[in-house]
Design a protein around this ligand. Structure first.
Ligand SMILES: Cc1cc2nc3c(=O)[nH]c(=O)nc-3n(C[C@H](O)[C@H](O)[C@H](O)COP(=O)(O)O)c2cc1C
Length: 282
C-alpha cells in the first residue's frame, strides 16, 4: 500500500486528476494483518475522488463490491489462478487481472506461468481479463491478446520509468538485473513473494533452508518488515526483499511513461502488420 492513509490517497487521486482528463484506476490490496488498514476510509476516498476503476487484490473483495458498483466503479480483481478468476466472476467483478507465476510480488502457490494461465483463463472466463506478470513491451501485448487477454498490466516495467517515485538505485537495479535474478521467498509460510535477489534475500533463504517447515514469520521479520521505505525512498538496495518480476530481464532502459506506452503501441502494431500479416502472406 503506497498511500499510508485515506487522506494521502485522496490527495494522490486529486493530483492525478489535475494531470489528466482520462479515466484512471486505483489498486486496493486487502492484506491479512493484525491491525487492518482503514479500508472503509480508502473506499470512501476512491468513491469521493470519482475514480472509474479499482483493481482489488490479496483477498476476496466481495464486501466492498456493493459500494464500489453503486458508485459506477468497475472492479478488476487480481487473481493468480483460473479457480480464483471464476470466483471473482461469480461474485460480480467486472474483469480480472490474471497474474502469472513470473509476476513480481505475490504469484500465489500454483506456479502456473502465463503461457498456460492466460489461454486457460481465455477458454474459461466470460468477463474480460488483462494479462499481468512478465509484460514488458509490444511483444508482450500482442502475445497477451493472442492468448485471449483484452489488454495487459505492467508492474515492474513501470518502476523503471522517469516518473516512478522511487530512488534511482531501484531503477538502476532493475535495468542491471537479468531474468535469473529474482527469488521466491516466504514459500514455507504460503505467502510466496517474488523479489529481486540481494544479500538480505540470500540470508532469508538460508534461514528458510535451515528451519524448514518450523519457520515462522518472526524468524524473517528483519528481512521483510519495513523494507519498502528503505529500498524505494532511501535506495538501500540490500535492506530486504522487495517485489520484482522476472521481466527485469527484458528491461534495459528508463523511459518516460509516455515513451514506454508510445513505443509499446508502435511495436505491437508493427508486429501485427508486418510480422504476423507477413507470415500469412508468405
Ligand atoms: C514493487 C512492487 C510492489 C507491488 N505491490 C503490490 C501491491 O501492493 N498490491 C498488488 O496488488 N500488487 C502489487 N504488486 C504486483 C503488481 O501489481 C503486478 O501484479 C505485478 O508486478 C505484475 O508482474 P510484473 O512485475 O511482471 O509486471 C507489486 C509489484 C511490485 C514490483
Amino acid at each position: 500500500m503506497t498511500q499510508r492513509t485515506p487522506e494521502a490517497l485522496a490527495n494522490e487521486i486529486a493530483k492525478c486528476r489535475s494531470m489528466t482528463d482520462k479515466p484512471f484506476g486505483v489498486n486496493l490490496t486487502f492484506l491479512p494483518s493484525v491491525t487492518p488498514p482503514d479500508y472503509p476510509g480508502y473506499v470512501k476516498a476512491i468513491i469521493d475522488g470519482g475514480v472509474k476503476a479499482v483493481e482489488t487484490a490479496g483477498n476476496n473483495p466481495q464486501q466492498w463490491l456493493p459500494a464500489l458498483k453503486e458508485a459506477g466503479i468497475k472492479v478488476i480483481h487480481k487473481c493468480t489462478s483460473v479457480r480464483h478468476s471464476l470466483k471473482a466472476q461469480s461474485i460480480g467483478c467486472d474483469a480480472v487481472s490474471v497474474d502469472g507465476f513470473e509476476c513480481g510480488g505475490h504469484p500465489g502457490e500454483d506456479d502456473v506461468p502465463n503461457f498456460i494461465l492466460l489461454p486457460r483463463a481465455g477458454e474459461t472466463l466470460e468477463i474480460p481479463f488483462v494479462a499481468s506478470g512478465g509484460m514488458a513491451d509490444g511483444r508482450s501485448l500482442v502475445a497477451a491478446l493472442a492468448m485471449g487477454a483484452d489488454g495487459m498490466n505492467l508492474g515492474t516495467r513501470f518502476i523503471a520509468t522517469v516518473e516512478a517515485p522511487v530512488h534511482a538505485h531501484v531503477k538502476q537495479a532493475i535495468v542491471a538485473a537479468s531474468e535469473l535474478d529474482t527469488r521466491l521467498i516466504m514459500r514455507p509460510l504460503r505467502n510466496t513473494e517474488r523479489v529481486l535477489d540481494n544479500a538480505a534475500v540470500e540470508r532469508l533463504l538460508a534461514k528458510e533452508k535451515a528451519l524448514g517447515d518450523k519457520i515462522q514469520f518472526k524468524d524473517i521479520f528483519e528481512e521483510v518488515a519495513g523494507v519498502y521505505p528503505a529500498v524505494m525512498q532511501r535506495g538501500e538496495m540490500d535492506a530486504g526483499g522487495w517485489s520484482c518480476g522476472m521481466v527485469v530481464g527484458l528491461i534495459h532502459d528508463i523511459p518516460t511513461c509516455k515513451e514506454l506506452i508510445d513505443r509499446t503501441m508502435a511495436e505491437a502494431e508493427q508486429i501485427i502488420r508486418q510480422r504476423l500479416e507477413g507470415l500469412l502472406a508468405a
